[in-house]
Design a binder for this molecule. Structure first.
Ligand code: ADP
Ligand code: MG
Length: 846
């Protein structure tokens, strides 16, 4: 039996009809009835987006207007709350005259008529779900879009050069150069109707433009008068006077937008208009631009030499000529399921919005056109990821035997019980290892969540089946630390562990290497040099990479070549939010250690203003006197390691000469050689240094349980992720730990927000979410991980729901057609190749 999906229009009608029918029978209820305005509005948007037929769209727009009117009625009628879909109530401006004469019952009747009209339409053909899938091969179309941007009308050699500065070199680039905002020029007001307090757009002619001294402070300001037939308004500039002075002159025809304010009394005397706009947005209208009044106008990022209007014309030309040729290869079933239209229509919608479009949705990049473009982009990303994943899944791998006796014995000999999260993640790893395909699993676990033992468990499973494991850490010190921890638990169960780092030299090195080749070692621990230097393994079955974000793709690839497709386990203590993980690690399986071992005392975190630094240092002295150790982290002065070094050196000197005189201080910084650094850290571990003054080089992994104090100087300069990692260096022992964030910041500074988050929570995932929210994905990932695809429309922050939808759809599609062999998949494959070869190129190709 064929099962037809509900179209967006049918869906809308189903939601809309029952409440309307009810209200029509009892119109007095209107004040109390709660129409699901938000949902209805959404459904109207979708239905409109999915329809090619202009008449139906117009009817839908009318329905929307009437709904808005009902919402207003409801508000008038005493319902306390504002309508939830704010956009709905604003949709019928301009029809207010009619509304006041019409009773709610009339409105309802009119709506029911419209609904009847919509219902009586001939059943929509599948294609008129608004999605026109490109027929046949799309390669030629894709190639046409790759043509140099000069093929677009209006783009000559000079413009092409200017566009290149914006990264626009092909026709395709120009088509997908989306507006960064929209100006609503539908509602251009007469000056006489302006009221203080409101934002308004006015079309006017500039009259005088002059600089003068103003106010008691005698500062220079620029003032202009703008007039239309109905009145005049004063424009004021306080900054960049020279620039604005040069742009504007009397007689210019302009469109200006801004918040209208009353003019101060004193100024009225000088014959100025009684209303003013401070720093208005002004567009000088030339010739054909006058035609843009009454429309929603897209505003593009542009560059020196291409005025906004010119950029608009270029994009317009590109859309006119080439948008119809942009292929839409998404399978119709998926497009329909997600309610997205084809790209040709979507490009038109975002570049040339119709007057009935929702400006708010356009500006939020959530309009139906935006959704279609974003979804399309995300789908191919996820399809690519899913393909990589399924290709990995088909590679032959080692099927380890689990559970093994020794693994069980390991759990028994541990000095603690595993946490629930550890048990769950271990089970996930065991399942992967037992399967006859290579594992590619990422374990995300907060600082201190106990990843080491999980990794060790995997090594035991490998050894039990007669394979070797390699554990790689980002620094020699961390490798040593792992080795020390792991040897303690390995010995009782007879697992043979060796350390192999640059520090292991001479005879010992030779002996170790030979033991590894012979297979006398079960687990080798080292830095990633372990792999690069071509150490020979007897039978490598498992590679574990700690702090994976520090490792590039290359190491992963090299590691894979070593064994016969060994299993790979990646571990990271820098959690990233789920939507980002889907985007970055879509080809990996992800396990999450979201539980800390019991009895951990959260680190008490306090922000201190700079002027109370002395109090902080007093607490530091008290702790040291009680036998504990402290870290003092120096500010990131600049991007230059040299300057940071200077700051660290002088801070260490000042501390040693002043507040911490008489204590044993050590200093580490990024300009030291790795062995020098490790040497200082080792001495700190042994307690030879009581205080470690450092730049951020101590960030990852160092484990000194006796260190209970963390002081971060100028904490306002640090990002959340970094603060979290730094704080993770304390709170590793039984004693209560303290973290002091010494900071100075201006009121309302984003730094204040970051520091507050640190005081509030120690949950790495929450901190990561917050971090992503505050900084945006580019910045968020910048410091720790490249490889985020360069989206042209999608935003990880905004489009989380679409990321998940695309991932789900890509997985389902591949499950049905694993090799992309079906007719529908052929086009998908072509677009996929194009996208992944171009802007979706991922740094992580493993
Ligand atoms: P991370 O995830 O930061 O690498 P580690 O593996 O270094 O964390 O573990 C941090 C500390 O917690 C270690 O001292 C370790 O022995 C201890 N630990 C790990 N798991 C448990 C547990 N289930 N119960 C108690 N302590 C644990
Ligand atoms: Mg660790």
């Amino acid at each position: 039996m064929e099962h037809r999906r509900v179209t967006p229009l049918e869906d809308l009608l189903r939601t809309l009809t029952p409440p309307l029918e009810y209200l029509a029978s009892a119109p007095h209820q209107i004040a109390r009835a709660a129409l699901p305005l938000g949902a209805l509005h959404d459904k109207i948007e979708r239905a409109s987006a999915a329809l090619a037929d202009g008449r139906v769209r117009a009817t839908l727009a009318e329905v929307r207007g009437l709904l808005g009117r009902l919402a207003d009625r409801r508000a008038d009628g005493g319902a306390a709350s504002a309508p939830d879909g704010g956009a709905v109530s604003g949709a019928d401006t301009g029809e207010g005259m009619v509304a006041s004469a019409e009773t709610p019952a009339d409105t309802l009747r009119r709506m029911l008529d419209l609904v009847a009209t919509l219902k009586s339409l001939p059943p929509a053909e599948p294609a008129s779900s608004g999605y026109a899938r490109s027929a046949g091969p799309v390669r030629a179309q894709l190639e046409a879009l790759r043509m140099p941007v000069q093929f677009v009308k209006g783009v000559g050699p000079k413009r092409a050069e200017q566009l290149a500065k914006l990264g626009i070199t092909t026709v395709d680039d120009l088509l997908f150069h989306l507006p960064f905002r929209y100006e609503d020029r539908r509602d251009v007001r007469a000056i006489a109707t302006l009221r203080p307090g409101a934002e308004a757009t006015v079309e006017a002619v500039l009259d005088t433009v002059q600089e003068r001294w103003a106010g008691r402070s005698r500062r220079r300001i620029l003032e202009a008068i703008a007039r239309d037939e109905t009145g005049s308004v004063t424009l004021v500039w306080y900054h960049q006077l020279r620039y604005f002075q040069s742009r504007f002159r009397p007689g210019q025809h302009v469109l200006l937008h801004g918040r209208v304010e009353p003019l101060r009394q004193a100024a009225l005397g000088r014959g100025l208009a009684s209303l003013r706009v401070i720093h208005p947005e002004i567009e000088i209208l030339e010739g054909e631009e006058r035609a843009e009044i009454g429309r929603i106008v897209p505003v593009y990022n542009t560059t020196a030499g291409i005025p906004g209007g010119a950029m608009r014309r270029l994009v317009h030309n590109a859309v006119e000529h080439y948008a119809p040729r942009v292929p839409s290869a998404l399978p119709a079933a998926i497009a329909c399921r997600r309610g997205v239209g084809d790209l040709a229509a979507a490009l038109r919608q975002v570049h040339q919005p119709l007057p009935d479009a929702e400006v708010a949705a356009l500006n939020a990049a959530t309009s139906s056109g935006h959704r279609a473009i974003v979804y399309d982009e995300l789908f191919y990303l996820q399809l690519g990821m899913a393909l990589k994943k399924s290709a990995l899944a088909r590679e032959p791998g080692i099927a380890f035997t689990v559970p093994a006796a020794r693994a069980a014995r390991l759990t028994a000999t541990l000095p603690f019980a595993l946490t629930g999260a550890q048990r769950r993640v271990i089970a996930e790893i065991e399942r992967d290892m037992a399967a006859p395909r290579p594992m590619h699993r990422l374990v995300q676990g907060d600082v201190g969540s106990g990843k080491t033992i999980v990794a060790f468990h995997a090594a035991v499973v490998a050894a039990e089946s007669g394979y070797q494991a390699a554990l790689m850490a980002p620094t020699e010190l961390l490798a040593e630390q792992h080795c020390q921890t792991i040897r303690a638990v390995a010995a009782p169960i007879g697992l043979r562990v060796a350390l192999l780092t640059g520090a292991v030299q001479g005879k010992l090195r030779g002996r170790t290497e030979r033991a590894i080749v012979r297979g006398d070692i079960d687990l080798v621990i080292g830095t990633h040099a372990l792999i690069q230097e071509g150490v020979g393994f007897h039978r490598l079955g498992l590679g574990i990479i700690d702090e994976q974000h520090r490792f590039g793709v290359m190491q992963r690839a090299t590691l894979k070549r070593h064994g016969t497709n060994p299993d790979i386990l990646l571990m990271t203590a820098t959690p990233i939010p789920r939507t980002l993980a889907l985007t970055l690690y879509g080809d990996l399986d992800v396990s999450i250690l979201d539980e800390l071992p019991p009895g951990r005392r959260p680190v008490v975190t306090r922000v201190y203003p700079q002027k109370q630094r002395e109090r902080v240092l007093e607490i530091v002295r008290r702790e040291i006197n009680a036998g504990h150790q402290a870290y003092v982290v120096c500010p990131l002065v600049s991007d230059s390691e040299k300057t940071d070094l200077l700051a660290a050196t002088s801070m260490a000197r000042d501390l040693a000469a002043g507040p911490l005189a008489g204590y044993r201080l050590g200093l580490v910084h990024g300009q030291m050689r790795a062995d020098e650094k490790d040497d200082v850290m080792r001495r700190f571990r042994k307690g030879e240094h009581q205080v470690l003054v450092s730049t951020t080089v101590i960030e990852v992994g160092i484990d000194v349980p006796n260190a209970t104090i963390m002081v971060i100087e100028h904490a306002e300069h640090f990002g959340l992720a970094q603060l979290h990692q730094l704080r993770g260096r304390v709170g590793r022992g039984a004693h209560r730990s303290l973290c002091f964030l010494v900071a100075s910041y201006a009121r309302g500074d984003q730094a204040r927000e970051r520091l507050r988050v640190m005081e509030e929570t120690s949950d790495g995932f929450r901190i990561a979410e917050k971090d992503l929210e505050l900084r945006g994905p580019g910045e968020f990932l910048g410091t720790r991980q490249s490889g985020l695809p360069d989206f042209r429309a999608a935003s990880i922050l905004r489009d989380g729901a679409l990321v998940r939808a695309a991932q789900e759809d890509a997985a389902v599609w591949l499950a049905g057609d694993p090799e992309l062999h079906s007719a529908e998949s052929a086009a998908l494959r072509e677009v996929l190749e194009e996208r992944w070869a171009g802007r979706l190129e991922l740094a992580r190709v493993g």
